[in-house]
Design a protein around this ligand. Structure first.
Ligand code: AMP
Length: 469
């Protein structure tokens, strides 16, 4: 990794002046971490884009981020951006290279990575994270990862497009652990996944609860499968009591940690070890206490800080807070702020309650949902639906089960009757959507309605809508 990263850094220094970011389009290839660290050592940031994103969405990302180079392991072929395919990259990484000098490395105020997440306008928005933000995350998360063992095994299941993968890339690799990579194919094949879990003798587990939900469906998922496991750390979506209960039973000696954080505040900002007492309480499981590097406030509608126990928006103040979305001044003015003493803050959009420093997540204040761990703005899907021919208006609603989103349903108003069967129409619209949206954002069910029920404000009445089938 070290040698190849130096080779990539040397190549960038030779061929790409300036600090334009490197767009990395791929899935879980070994070359991706090499390119990330190589880019940083040559003074460039990077933009990891998973191949679940179709080429048109990659083009939308490139139009905003203006990469200087595309490492194209997935066939995106962007107009006007020089590209390296897998063979060309292999050749570069095989070249001998001296260690990249420290003075070439990315500086703390420069953007290390830009992650594109679902945006309500229908095109993804880029969260910029500086090297300084990453450093602050590292300092904050340290107590949760200090027990990691050099040479130990770390589960690498999260796509590099999502920032939880930073735990594998920086925290685990930085401590000399080995990443056991579960790619898309492995994750969709329980036999292959369990074989990996058995063979790897995992020391550390970091994932969304969704993956563990899948695993506990098999009785094989127990302490005997992973006898070395030191800790489960979950993040990214609600951790249910049911899952936690199940893990307590099957892994009696392994702590279960619920951690929380938005991409905009660098991966994670709070965490707590789950206890029997928390499971027995009436409240949902807490998302933990802020890291020592983070100040959390609960704010009322006018921005005033609320007293302990009252529900309001969670504000996060930390050196780990992003300088903002790429090129979105208006949105940045709404989402980010500075404190009286000049520290950076972020409006999380999460409705929370805090008591004695412990925080409970109660839901979203907007139309963002988590679907199998993926962050989706419902308006993003709606806006893409309205670009499909003959769709006049669209509303997307999440289907819920036990407090978790299980799928999306789209309600559509057509411009004129199309003469298609429901099946034909669904196929056609889904195919259109797949050109711009990753598969996880495509609604499972499409319902054509004769008109939208409106509330007194003239907005779509989502409650009434959900009753229409
Ligand atoms: P992302 O930027 O993809 O990590 O998504 C961040 C959002 O996921 C947060 O603002 C929350 O809405 C949600 N989230 C993250 N961690 C948790 C958690 N432990 N429990 C509940 N929701 C979470």
């Amino acid at each position: 990794l070290d040698r190849q990263a130096n080779a990539f850094a040397a190549y960038l220094r030779r061929t790409l002046p300036g600090d334009a970011p490197i767009l990395l389009y791929g899935h879980k290839e070994l070359a991706l971490p090499v390119c990330m660290f190589g880019a940083l050592r040559a003074g460039h940031g990077y933009i990891p884009v998973d191949t679940t994103y179709p080429p048109e969405r990659v083009a939308q990302i490139a139009a905003q981020a203006r990469p200087g180079l595309l490492v194209d392991l997935g066939g995106a072929a962007l107009d006007g951006v020089p590209a390296l395919d897998a063979a060309a990259l292999d050749e570069i990484l095989a070249q001998p290279a001296a260690p990249a000098p420290r003075e070439h490395w990315l500086r703390p105020e420069q953007t290390a990575y830009t992650l594109f997440t679902s945006g309500s306008t229908g095109v993804p928005k880029g969260v910029q994270i500086t090297a300084g933000n990453l450093e602050a995350f590292h300092r904050g998360v340290r107590p949760w990862f200090d027990g990691m063992r050099e040479g130990g095994a770390f589960l690498n299941e999260i796509s590099y497009s999502f920032d939880v993968s930073v735990c594998a890339l920086y925290e685990a690799l930085g401590r000399g652990m080995t990443l056991w990579t579960a790619d898309r194919q492995t994750l969709s094949d329980p036999k292959a996944l369990f074989a990996l879990l058995r063979e790897s003798e995992l020391d550390e587990w970091v994932s969304t609860p969704s993956l563990a939900e899948l695993c506990v469906q098999s009785e094989q998922f127990c302490a005997a499968l992973m006898p070395r496991l030191r800790q489960f750390l979950f993040c990214g979506e609600v951790l249910s009591k049911k899952l936690t209960e199940e893990l307590f039973r099957r892994f009696p000696d392994v702590p279960v940690v619920n951690a929380y954080g938005p991409t905009e505040a660098s991966v994670l900002v709070t965490a707590a070890r789950m206890t029997r007492q928390m499971l027995d309480a009436d409240a949902p499981l807490p998302i933990g206490r802020p890291f020592s590097t983070v100040e959390a406030r609960i704010a009322g509608p006018d921005g005033q800080t609320l007293p302990d126990g009252e529900a309001g928006e969670l504000l996060l103040i930390s050196d780990a807070v992003s300088p903002g979305y790429l090129g979105r001044d208006e949105l940045n003015a709404k989402s980010f702020f500075r404190t009286e003493d000049g520290r950076r803050g972020y409006h999380s959009g999460d409705l929370c309650r805090m008591e004695d420093g412990m925080i409970w997540y109660l839901g979203r204040l907007d139309n963002q949902v988590k679907l199998n761990g993926f962050r989706v703005e419902l308006e993003d899907v709606e806006n893409n639906l309205m670009r499909v021919p003959n769709v006049a208006r669209a509303a997307v609603l999440p289907q819920m089960q036990d407090g978790a989103v299980t799928s999306l349903t789209a309600y559509l108003l057509l411009e004129h009757p199309d003469g298609e069967s429901a099946l034909q129409r669904t196929r056609r619209i889904k195919a259109e959507l797949a050109r711009t949206l990753p598969a996880y954002m495509i609604p499972r069910k499409l319902v054509v309605v004769p008109e939208f029920p409106l509330n007194t404000n003239g907005k779509i009445d989502r409650k009434k809508l959900s009753a229409m089938r």
